[in-house]
Design a protein around this ligand. Sequence first.
Ligand SMILES: *[C@@H]1O[C@H](CO)[C@@H](O)[C@H](O)[C@H]1NC(C)=O
Ligand SMILES: *[C@@H]1O[C@H](CO)[C@@H](O)[C@H](O)[C@H]1NC(C)=O
Length: 531
Amino acid sequence: MLLLLVSEAISLSLLWLVPQRAVGKMGYWCAVLAVVGVGAYVNASPKSAKICFRKDFAFGVATAAYQIEGAWNISGKGESIWDRYTHEHPDWVFDHKNADVATDSYHKYKEDVKLIGDLGVSYYRFSISWSRILPTGLSNQINEDGLRYYKDLITELHQKDVQALITMYHWDLPQSLQDLGGWTNPIMAEYFVDYARVLFRHFGDHVRAWVTFNEPLSFCQEGYGGQDAPGRRASGVEDYMCAHTVLRAHGMVYRMYKEEFDRNNQGYIGIALDMPWMEPYTTSSVDKVAAETARQFLFGWFANPIFSKRGGYPPIMRRRIDVISKRQGFFRSRLPTFTKEEVDMIRGSYDFLGLNHYTTNLVKPGDGRITAKPSFYNDMGVKLIVSPEWPKSNSSWLRIVPWGLRKTLNWIRHTYDNPSVVITENGVSFEKGLKDRKRINYIDSYLRSVHAAIYKDNCDVIAYTYWTLMDNFEWMRGFSERFGLYETNYSTPDLKRIPRLSASYFERVARTGCLDDHSSSPRNYDGMVIL
Ligand SMILES: *[C@@H]1O[C@H](CO)[C@@H](O)[C@H](O)[C@H]1NC(C)=O
Ligand SMILES: *[C@@H]1O[C@H](CO)[C@@H](O)[C@H](O)[C@H]1NC(C)=O
């Protein structure tokens, strides 16, 4: 235990989002508990124990540019693929809305930063709109107003003692780059490097934590093979091309940052990957194999090239897609191949792994048929289901399964040799209303799961980010799904933000680093598994 603490203390210097929590009463207790061994303490008396994270564990909240900024066509901002997509196909969005105004954070950022400050979190994860900085996507024309907006935002955050964790790409590709094929065009990697260089030049002195891409699984698979912008319907082909370019772009930006901007090694770059936990449907070995195949297709697709020792795509993906492509009559595999140099360049290109995690699926083998039309899901060849016993949220895809997060963190630990993990998103949608005890239960139970992963299982998790600050535009679900700690009142002209109960709950957690006692924590629905 002592040795462990010493090695953990060294990794402290890795920390960039360290909370400013004073060593008050709770901080003192956390320190004491850490010394005597939190695991032992919690085990001794699980009913009444106060569960605390170490003082250097950071809490934050997240948003993304397109979902909150609005101001889609003012002050020189260029059109993005989400502007184009929602304007051309309003009927494809659940409530036929778009984010032309969203929560108007472009104009209301000062108010939003105050809300963030009120939460007592130590960092704010937000994204930069590429086409607000570079209206055509290319670096020869920089929009000064875009630079000013984000500079002001960062300054405002710092005045409230909140650090910035910047996502460079959260799905809103400049439309003019999509007109060149978007992420299926390999040159997009170079253009992304140029864009990143502009960001590092202008913000690099004040921002030390960066996420290159948010959820490439979503924007490649859903964007190029599914329902999201840019609305390509070419699963099994273009989604693999997208991923290939994105992985190269990520590696290139990492290397460029380290060589040109981060000589003292004080900055941190990661990528945010999404993964629902994939639990075998039964304990049978075929179900276990199916679940691991799903993990490799959904997460390993992006994680293996960056975080594994050997690099490159997961062997199971390589094998399955090569074989199925051949059977479908292709002369070459639909899954592209990295050069040896690319494998080496991408492998190890991280300072932390960003994990977006919300829910869990059960997995069993598919029917084994190969479809004539290529498809990512046919290549994966498994069936994903949910247990009817798992509590529902307000999102059809999101069942509440807190233990899935602990399993995910442990799987990452043993698959990728325990990288530092920032939980870059975790959250839940419920119906509107301020008394959101169900949201408090969700956060509380998922945080208990994180706590167990850290202090019982030795997973190296260093921060937790709640998605999201306030209700906002949830992509194809429009404004119908509400994930906010603050409720956005869309009926008021000034889009008033009103704190929910979960906002004061999360503030307490962020300020003290501790979860409420079980006995005092409200729990009002069945089926919740408490770790
Ligand atoms: C910007 O878009 C809005 C619709 O969201 C439209 O009413 C307005 O005329 C546009 N402004 C400019 C300058 O194009
Ligand atoms: C939202 O605004 C409407 C209109 O002003 C008001 O009637 C309603 O009470 C507000 N909702 C909340 C939760 O404050």
